[in-house]
Design a binder for this molecule. Structure first.
Ligand SMILES: Nc1ncnc2c1ncn2[C@@H]1O[C@H](COP(=O)(O)OP(=O)(O)OP(=O)(O)O)[C@@H](O)[C@H]1O
Ligand SMILES: [Mg+2]
Length: 320
């Protein structure tokens, strides 16, 4: 079952992961504040937020590193609190750098990990090595691997036991563009072709844009918005900020502020930006000309996805 089908029949499909009203505090710090969302089989869900937003804390709770103070986590239908083992058997992931034996090969490392799960065959080890594109180098010692290759072993390890949910915390960290491309292809394949529910976290929207079907934006422990990448792109394209090139922007600002209060931002040496509707731009230019301003040009500003992201999160990291 892939995400496209799920969109059509969302009500019939059981989520692979359900996070319900989850809160976690450290001392007086609320790291995760009443967060709820569902992750579906066949989708890649991007968990986006600035540094310190609470991404790793949520992921660690889902992965069983620590308990939520409040709320419920259900993995593949199993409540993490009451059916811990079954819940954990349904999940795979990488939170921090996976431990590996550097002198052993990737294949042997995977064999060691396979012991942690029931019924992982050597065929499955071959399969996951193939999946992450490491078959050719599987018998080289890990110390000869690049960072990107090590991360791929981590991914192979997380997939050994056929988890329904795969969670990767900042998986693109330290990868070059080719590495990111490969990771993206592997994750999309796992989700769209094998129906795994994949969740990745990042603070970079640009990286998630090509990888994810939906994204959830988190800031200061709160989940602010969940939307599809298409909706976000549409929002970026429908921005209505116009840059007006005028001979005297300060004077232009004075005039326009009376008609359009609080709509002007970014004054440059010969430009000013104003947020108005498409239908108002004519009137705006006429007002300026009537008051004796010279208009040298008007250009619609396209906001980038990063702009939209910063607008939603309020910008900056938790510690600033
Ligand atoms: N073990 C801990 N003890 C105390 N505070 C913690 C602990 N773990 C996280 N925090 C705090 O919880 C908040 C959320 O941290 P978290 O690591 O979840 O953020 P993040 O979104 O993963 O950030 P980053 O993008 O930097 O990885 C931060 O303010 C952090 O300082
Ligand atoms: Mg983190």
């Amino acid at each position: 079952m892939v995400y496209e089908e799920i969109k059509m029949s969302a009500s019939d499909i059981r989520p692979a992961l359900q996070i319900q009203n989850v809160t976690k505090t450290f001392g007086r710090k609320t790291a995760v504040d009443n967060v709820s969302f569902d992750l579906y089989p066949g989708e890649v869900f991007g968990f986006l937020g600035p540094n310190g937003a609470g991404k790793t804390t949520i992921i660690k709770m889902v992965m069983g590193f620590f308990r939520p103070d409040e709320g419920t986590i259900i993995i593949n239908g199993f409540n993490r609190k009451t059916h811990y083992e079954a819940a954990m058997a349904s999940i795979g992931g990488i939170v921090e750098n996976p431990e590996m034996y550097n002198t052993l090969s990737a294949r042997l490392n995977l064999k060691m990990y396979a012991r942690l799960h029931k019924g992982v065959t050597s065929e499955r080890i071959d399969e996951v090595l193939e999946l992450v594109g490491l078959s050719d180098r599987a018998d080289d010692p890990v110390k000869k691997y690049s960072l990107g290759m090590k991360q791929r072993i981590g991914l192979a390890q997380a997939m050994l036991h056929h988890p329904k949910v795969l969670i990767l915390d900042e998986p693109t960290n330290g990868l070059d563009p080719a590495g990111i491309h490969l990771l993206r292809d592997v994750l999309k394949k796992l989700a769209h072709e094998e129906g795994v529910a994949v969740m990745v976290s990042s603070h970079l929207l640009s990286e998630m844009q090509l990888m994810c079907d939906r994204i959830g934006i988190i800031s200061h422990g709160k989940l602010l918005q969940i939307c599809s990448i298409e909706d976000l792109m549409q929002k970026a394209q429908s921005s209505s900020v116009y840059r007006i090139k005028a001979s005297n922007p300060s004077k232009a600002k004075e005039i326009l502020s009376e008609v359009y209060p609080n709509r002007i931002s970014n004054i440059g040496s010969d430009t000013l930006d104003i947020e108005i509707d498409e239908t108002q731009i004519n009137e705006c230019v006429r007002t300026l000309v009537a008051s004796g301003s010279d208009i040298l040009g008007v250009q619609k500003q396209e906001s980038t996805l990063e702009d939209i992201f910063l607008e939603i999160t309020g910008g900056g990291s938790e510690n600033e």
